[in-house]
Design a protein around this ligand. Structure first.
Ligand code: ZN
Ligand code: ZN
Length: 254
C-alpha cells in the first residue's frame, strides 16, 4: 500500500461472484425482479423494462403468466399473445411516467361459447378504456384537494392534456360527491368563497371552466397532532352568502 492512501473499501466486494445489479432476473426466462416490482408498487404487475428519456420515465409491465378461464364459460382459454396499452401513471422522482402494459389476449376454446376472444382486465390498474391509471387519477385529485393544484397543473405534471385529466377524475369525483360518509368525523367546518377564474363560464365539456364563483366547504378538523389538515369536502357553485351558507363566517365548529 502506498503510504498516505487508505485501502479501497470495495476491494473485498470485487471478489463476490454474484451479480450486484438489482435485476438478477435479467436473462432468466420467466423471472421478475422483486426490487423493481416493489419500486413500481402495482399489485400483480411486474416490471420487464425501464427507459428514462429526457422528460419521461417509461416502464414496461406485465402480469404473471398462467392459466386463465374464460369469463363467460370458465373453460381454460388459449393465449393469443399480448397487445401493448399505453397508460399515464403518477409522476415518479419528479418525472412524468408512462406505463406500457403488455396486456394479455385470449381465445375461448369452447365452440358453443359466445365469448370468442377477450383481453386481460386489471380493474385496480385502470378503468376500461381509461388513459390514466387509477393511481394517477387519485394522485391528481389529492393534488387538487390538498395542494391547491389546478387540473391544468396536474395535467402538466402528468405530461397529458387538461381534458385527459378531467375525463379520468370526473367519474371519481362524481362518485365521491354521492358519498355522504365524507362528512364523517368532521368537527370543524370552514366556508371559503372563491372567484377562481376569469375566463369562460361554459361547462368544462364545452371548453369553459364553469361558474366563476365557488363556495368551498372545508374540513378543518385537527389531526392527532392538533394540526389542521384542510381538505375540501364539497364545492358549491356561487357565493356562500347568496346561498345562505355560513354567512359571515370563515370557520365554525359543526
Ligand atoms: Zn430490478
Ligand atoms: Zn368461453
Amino acid at each position: 500500500m502506498i503510504r498516505g492512501l487508505l485501502p479501497l473499501p470495495i476491494a473485498k466486494d470485487l471478489d463476490v461472484p454474484e451479480p450486484t445489479s438489482c435485476c438478477r432476473a435479467l436473462g432468466t426466462a420467466g423471472a421478475y425482479c422483486h426490487s423493481c416490482d416493489l419500486l413500481l408498487g402495482l399489485e400483480g404487475l411486474h416490471v420487464t423494462a425501464v427507459d428514462r428519456g429526457e422528460d419521461l420515465l417509461t416502464v414496461t409491465v406485465e402480469s404473471t403468466p398462467g392459466p386463465v378461464g374464460c369469463p363467460a364459460c370458465g373453460v381454460v382459454a388459449e393465449s393469443l399473445g399480448r397487445r401493448t396499452v399505453r397508460l399515464v401513471d403518477a409522476p415518479c422522482f419528479t418525472t412524468p411516467v408512462v406505463l406500457l402494459w403488455r396486456k394479455r389476449r385470449y381465445r375461448c376454446r369452447e365452440d358453443a361459447c359466445a365469448m370468442v376472444t377477450f383481453t386481460e382486465q386489471e380493474p385496480d390498474l385502470v378503468r376500461p378504456r381509461g388513459l390514466l391509471t387509477t393511481r394517477a387519477a387519485r394522485w391528481a385529485i389529492t393534488q387538487i384537494r390538498r395542494e391547491h393544484a389546478s387540473v391544468q397543473g396536474t395535467a402538466r405534471q402528468l405530461g397529458v392534456r387538461w381534458r385527459t385529466v378531467w375525463s379520468a377524475i370526473k367519474p371519481i369525483l362524481a362518485a365521491a360527491a354521492e358519498d355522504e360518509t365524507r362528512f364523517a368525523g368532521v368537527s370543524t367546518l370552514g366556508v371559503d368563497e372563491h372567484v377562481w377564474h376569469h375566463v369562460s363560464t361554459k361547462a368544462p365539456e364545452e371548453g369553459g371552466r364553469g361558474p366563476k364563483e365557488l363556495t368551498g366547504m372545508v374540513d378543518l378538523t385537527a389531526d392527532e397532532n392538533g394540526q389542521d389538515a384542510p381538505m375540501v369536502c364539497q364545492a358549491l357553485p356561487g357565493r356562500a352568502c347568496a346561498r345562505g351558507v355560513g354567512r359571515g363566517l370563515g370557520r365554525r365548529s359543526a
